[in-house]
Ligand binder design. Sequence first.
Ligand SMILES: [Zn+2]
Length: 84
Amino acid sequence: MERCTICKGRLQANVCSRCGADLTILLTIEQQTNNQLNNAIIQLSKGNLQQAKLAIKNSLQLKREPLAVALYDFINSSINCKLQ
Ligand SMILES: [Zn+2]
């Protein structure tokens, strides 16, 4: 998150210097979302499809990012290919 979700001011800390909004919780959720997404990519690169799917599901529960949605579909199709 580079801009405040309230006033769109440029963010340099957890508290917006322009409107004073405390975005700590939002920034924490965004960090956790990215961590889960990164973990999914790492698990995918190791061939651990089930762990990758779990991580991407955790990521999607926090925030519905287009990249995570695409990765979720990719992991599911990879799992289906492996089963056939
Ligand atoms: Zn603001």
